[in-house]
Design a protein around this ligand. Structure first.
Ligand SMILES: [Zn+2]
Length: 81
């Protein structure tokens, strides 16, 4: 199985969020994440961002300035494991 580039990995992550990434591409993505710390960091931050958006959209349709600042702070302070 050929390895994928970081660009492809990011694309796969975005498609995966929509829940329509085929199994073989998911496996390629897992393999890439296992060897690429940059993409692991992106995946981690993207997950935080999505969680914050989901939480916020449960109560309002737009982010307040305080919510935006908190989100940015959370991302900047986060350290992937
Ligand atoms: Zn990568």
């Amino acid at each position: 199985m050929k390895s994928i580039s970081c660009k492809e990995a990011v694309h796969y992550m975005l498609v995966r969020e929509e829940g329509r990434l085929p199994l073989l591409k998911r496996i390629s993505l897992w393999r890439h994440l296992a060897i690429c710390s940059l993409c692991r960091t992106f995946a981690f931050q993207n997950k935080l961002m999505n969680a914050a958006i989901k939480q916020s959209s449960a109560t309002s349709s737009t982010l307040t300035e305080a919510e935006k600042e908190k989100m940015i702070g959370d991302i900047l302070n986060s350290k992937p494991k």
